[in-house]
Every structure is written in C-alpha cells, then in structure tokens.
Design a protein around this ligand. Sequence first.
Ligand SMILES: Cc1ncc(C[n+]2csc(CCOP(=O)(O)OP(=O)(O)O)c2C)c(N)n1
Ligand SMILES: [Mg+2]
Length: 270
Amino acid sequence: MDIASLQNAARTVRKTILRTNARAGQGHTGGDLSETDILVTLFLHVLNLPGRDPQNPDRDRFILSKGHGVCGLYSTLATAGLIDAAWLDDYLTFDSHTPGHPVRQKTPFVELNTGALGHGLPVATGLALAAKRQNRSYRVYVLVGDGELQEGSNWESAMTAAHYDLDNLTVIVDRNTLQLADRTESIVGLEPLADKWRAFGFDLHEARGNDIPDLIRAFEATRTVAGKPHVILAHTRKGAGVSFIEDRAEWHHRIPTTEELERAYAELES
Ligand SMILES: Cc1ncc(C[n+]2csc(CCOP(=O)(O)OP(=O)(O)O)c2C)c(N)n1
Ligand SMILES: [Mg+2]
C-alpha cells in the first residue's frame, strides 16, 4: 500500500475511534489517537499475516500492551478488513466482540488479554523465545505506553529478551510524555529513556510516531540489525490528529461531545 493510502487509512481510523468512543460514552480517546499511525503502519504495512488467518502459526504476533487503547486496535483491524466493522457498534457492550480491553477469546488478531499494564512485553518475550526454540520465522511486536514503562516487569523482560538475543522481537514505545493524569516526567521520570533501552542491550531506533513514512523507515532499520531485540522509541502526541485533543491529560478518559465530534471530523477532512 502506498503512503497516501496508509495516511488515508489513518484518517479513517481516527474518525472511527472518535465516533465509536462517543457512541459508547466511554473510552480512552487520547491514547487511541496517539497510537493510530503506529497501528496502521503495523497492520497495513509491516505485519506478515499469511492468508489473513488469525490462527496461522507463522503469523507475526502483535500485542497491545497498553490495553486501554483497544478502540484504536479495533478501528485499525476494521479499516484493514481484518474484523467486521459492524462489531464496533457493540463496543463496550456485554458479551460483544469488542470489549473495553483486548480479550483474545473475543476478537481475532488479539493475542493477549491486556489492560493491567506491564504484561505485554513479558509475554511477547516468551513468544519470541518460543519462535527461536521452534525454528519458526514469525516476528513479535508489542506496543507499550510510556507511563506503562514504570512497571518493573518491562525491565525484567527487557533483560531476558537481550539475554536470549531475541532479534525477532520489536518493542514500540508510544512516547507521548503523558500518562493518566500528568506528564511521565512529573510522576516517575523515564529519561534518559533511549540510554536505558541501549543499556538493557536493545537495538534502539527513534521515530516520529505520528509520521507514517518515518515509522516505516524505523521498522525497516530494525531489520538490518541481528542478534539483539529492537525498540522503536516513537515520539507521539497523545490525541494526535485533532488540535483540541492533542497533548491534554484530560483526554486520557474524555470522549467527544456531539459538537466536538463535528469539529474533529471537520479537521480530519480538511
Ligand atoms: C497495572 C495498572 N496500573 C494502573 C492502571 C490504570 N491505567 C490505565 S491507563 C493508565 C495510564 C497509562 O499511561 P501510558 O502508558 O503512558 O498510556 P497512554 O499515554 O498511551 O494512554 C493507567 C495508570 C492499569 N491499567 N494497570
Ligand atoms: Mg503515555
């Protein structure tokens, strides 16, 4: 798919997120919009999904460790034609295919139930180690929030991934500098974050995380380095794509009013 088509898909995903959260009356609008370009780049360009079959043993695995961003994932899967777009109408309703956090028994291409932060990278590390041990060629990608990196389990698995030379593992950090209510650096600072990953033995790449061509460049760069796990420090803006939502902590949980939805659509269509 060419760049313009990917960017167009990202606009569709953003509109779907806004509409779906507004209809449900709940959601995590800021985090969904922050990760949109990363998910579109992954699902429409990077991931190898043979036959588009969620059970194919050779499929690349993707884990949304920041599980609260699930509406971004459903919106991307629907835009990619990997799930039925009508399922989004039931977002956050009981027993639907689209619950409020990822549930692997409910939605194809969800590999792990997440929501309690800090569990995606440990499981991704295990999946990547299993691929090596079983001589399988699939790759494992995991998207973590930056606030999520305050969970110590991430750093235990980072040590493990480097110890086992898991170059089939790529961590993407959604580095929007905000967590639930404030800046990461005001709550428990992460910097110097790039140096930390390098010190843990990772092959590190930085990218503009709301810029699809730059993300593609970073994903391609990870493929040129063997023998180490990879991390892309994706510099994003929470709420990216809608001016009055961007970089505001209150939009972690907020959803658009009818009037805000119209304004957001007008911005995305201009
Ligand atoms: C273990 C755990 N602690 C707390 C929470 C509540 N929580 C949900 S989202 C969130 C903030 C996450 O911030 P970040 O990882 O930076 O995500 P993003 O900015 O992309 O929304 C918190 C604290 C949780 N889901 N799990
Ligand atoms: Mg964050």
